[in-house]
Design a protein around this ligand. Structure first.
Ligand SMILES: [Mg+2]
Length: 256
């Protein structure tokens, strides 16, 4: 029948697996970026495009190759307890650090004109899409009677983005750091989602693409955490791991 057990075959079952067998899940909460939505056609291509408009020719492949240099900026900010998505000002400042680091790696300056153009590009709703496996999965889970929600580190405009992508009606709650003033990995943002839906952690699932921002805190709260590893970055993840959202219903024991 179930599950996490299947997806972490050969690995030691984690403690949350016991709920998995005893408690039917009643709610599933989703991360947004890289879980439900992505910059279209891709982050490197969009960035190359905006750089091109500003007179810098860069190959998207070169950007893709350098993206790893910015990942430590996120973990370092979290370690210092520095919030980056809770206001537009913080967000602009944080992303300016991210882009200037990345552009320095590519040997490009990051002047004010470019800063504005990049920020506008990545806050433009038209530049985001749903992953192709999202709608069918949401429909399946909703059809099985589960309550669905979003818990995301995002600016308040995520609400408008979900609306423009037509998925707002699926989600009973959208808990967005830019609205709440709390960010993952702070456990309180997960608890807010539970409180607002009246669900207990052990009957709830959380799905996200980051082991440290999504899986660890959700598990610490007592939810069953599933890592969505779309790009195969964490093959050795100890716990439930899927590579497409379409695997989620089976992983959490939703039949059909
Ligand atoms: Mg994410």
């Amino acid at each position: 029948m179930v599950s996490g057990a299947t997806s972490c075959a050969g690995q030691k079952p984690e403690s949350t697996d016991k709920y998995h067998r005893l408690v039917p899940y009643r709610a599933v909460f989703f991360d947004a970026g890289e879980t439900l939505v992505y910059p279209h056609p891709s982050f490197p291509e969009l960035l190359a495009q905006v750089l091109g408009e500003q007179g810098h020719r860069v190959d998207p492949a070169d950007i893709r190759e350098k993206v790893h240099v910015v990942s430590s900026i996120f973990t370092e900010a979290a370690r210092r307890g520095e919030l980056w998505s809770t206001s537009r000002q913080r967000s602009e400042r944080f992303w300016a650090t991210v882009y200037s680091t990345l552009l320095a790696e590519l040997g490009l300056p990051f002047g004010n004109g470019l800063k504005r153009a990049v920020y506008e590009t990545f806050t433009d709703l038209a530049n985001y899409r749903l992953f192709p496996d999202v709608l069918s999965t949401l429909e399946r889970l909703r059809g099985a009677g589960l309550t669905l929600g979003v818990v995301s580190n995002f600016e308040e405009w995520l609400e408008r983005l979900l609306e423009s992508l037509g998925v707002t009606p699926f989600f009973a709650v959208r808990v967005i750091s830019g609205v709440e003033g709390i960010e993952k990995p702070d456990q309180r943002i997960f608890r807010l989602a539970l409180e607002r839906t009246g669900k207990r952690p052990e009957e709830s699932v959380y799905v996200g693409d980051s082991p440290s921002f999504d899986v660890e805190p959700a598990r610490a709260v007592g939810m069953f955490a599933v890592l969505l590893d779309r790009r195969g970055r964490h093959p050795d993840h100890a716990g439930a791991r899927i590579t497409s959202l379409g695997e989620l219903p089976t992983t959490i024991g939703v039949a059909g």
